[in-house]
Unconditional design. Structure first.
Length: 394
């Protein structure tokens, strides 16, 4: 499914508590210097099905290790911002175990029923003297209206919360955080998606895998991959509906959240959709799109409102032929519908393109090597991005 072809109607005013059977909360425990920093999402059933997709980074945070050891069927998730609990060794993993155990004891669950997610500074121990009381406070605050507070509590450099839901005979709702280090697999993000549909464990896993491939794995802000990426799906079955179109609707929610991540990318002034047509395979098209999305020269040019198609084709040419076959003399490139590169050479006048008025920029590339089409979102590179990442440690 392409980003631009989703027919799912999304509500971005609500999130994880939109489906029946879920409560959530977000509180300020003092892990961050200000604002909420501990979130809970609890599945009240009657069904307890879960699935997760985790970062493919070889260096992973303690909560990711905990999640990799999980067997599924999580009934609650605790998330903290302000500390990633990554590169913290055995003590950091013990902190994750204690976190799961503490929430489990408060909810009458087993530790294995609890998913754990963290985001923030790498290489620092969690302030457990703040986190554990914060979890108790968050349990007391659990509510069917608590989704917005939970979405707020997982923010780091995010300027806004990210929520999305789709309603019908059954409902899917989600929240995500992420504004920098957005690169596949996944993006630098935490995401919890809930549904009241009746699902088997296999259905949940297969649908989430497909949705992630078409959403969070199709955004690439700055080429940096996180140690903590987690997408978690929880199903309560409270609607009693066995869905036939669950993957499509889940993908729509995931794409909305992914698109919101790019729109809030650190310092960005343009959101850029890269569409590669005429690829020999999906893998070929994606490799070309990723190469173009990671050109700092191109991203800086777009910040300067320069439709520099030469920086596009030079990046296309970095992809090995065995991955993406194409004839360089047949390449075509459009910026916002203007055919700037035609047959590998000069096309229409670049003065016909004005990037300044619109937040969104569409770059289309035709490889003329097949029938596959791939889309990927990225953003420009601005002074603010450099400033923010020189002033904020991760």
């Amino acid at each position: 499914m392409l980003f631009s072809q989703s027919n799912v109607e999304i509500d971005t005013t609500c999130g994880v508590t939109a489906p029946a059977g879920f409560r959530a909360s977000g509180v300020a425990a003092g892990i961050k210097s200000s604002g909420r920093d501990v979130a809970l999402v609890v599945n009240d059933g009657p069904q307890f099905v879960s699935a997760a997709v985790l970062t493919s980074n070889r260096v992973v945070a303690a909560p990711v290790t905990w999640m990799k050891n999980a067997t599924g069927g999580q009934r609650a998730v605790v998330l903290n911002s302000g500390c990633a609990n990554a590169a913290t060794g055995v003590p950091g993993y013990e902190d994750t175990v204690a976190t799961a155990g503490h929430l489990a004891s408060l909810l009458g669950l087993e530790p294995a029923d609890v998913a754990v997610c963290s985001t923030g500074m790498i290489g620092q121990r969690l302030a457990m003297d703040k986190l554990l009381p914060g979890i108790a406070e968050a349990v007391a605050a659990l509510s069917e209206e608590g989704g917005a507070d939970a979405a707020d509590a997982i923010r780091t450099t995010d300027t806004v919360t990210k929520e999305a839901a789709v309603r019908g005979p059954y409902t899917i709702g989600g929240m995500a955080k992420g504004a920098g280090m957005l690169a596949p697999a996944l993006a630098t993000m935490l995401c919890v998606i809930t549904t009241d549909a009746l699902l088997s464990a296999d259905q949940a896993r297969d649908a989430l895998d497909a949705a992630v491939r078409a959403s969070f794995n199709r955004i690439d802000s700055d080429g940096a991959m996180s140690t903590n990426d987690t997408v978690l799906l929880l199903a309560s079955g409270a609607s009693g509906v066995v869905p036939e179109d669950f993957t499509e609707r889940l993908t729509g929610v995931a794409q909305s959240l992914a698109r919101q991540l790019v729109a809030d990318a650190e310092g960005a002034s343009h959101d850029i959709l890269i569409r590669v047509r005429g690829a020999s395979s999906q893998e070929a098209g994606l490799a070309v799109a990723r190469a173009v999305s990671r050109s700092t020269l191109l991203k800086a040019a777009i910040f300067g409102n320069d439709p520099n198609w030469g920086r596009v084709i030079s990046q296309v040419g970095t992809v090995p032929e065995e991955i993406a076959p194409f004839d360089p003399d047949r390449l075509d490139v459009w910026f916002n519908g203007v055919h700037l590169c035609q047959g590998g050479g000069v096309g229409q006048d670049r003065a016909l393109v004005d990037l300044a008025p619109s937040r969104e920029v569409l770059i289309e590339i035709d490889l003329h090597a097949g029938g596959e089409v791939v889309e990927l979102w990225t953003n420009d590179l601005t002074h603010d991005y450099v400033h923010e990442n020189s002033a904020y440690s991760t």
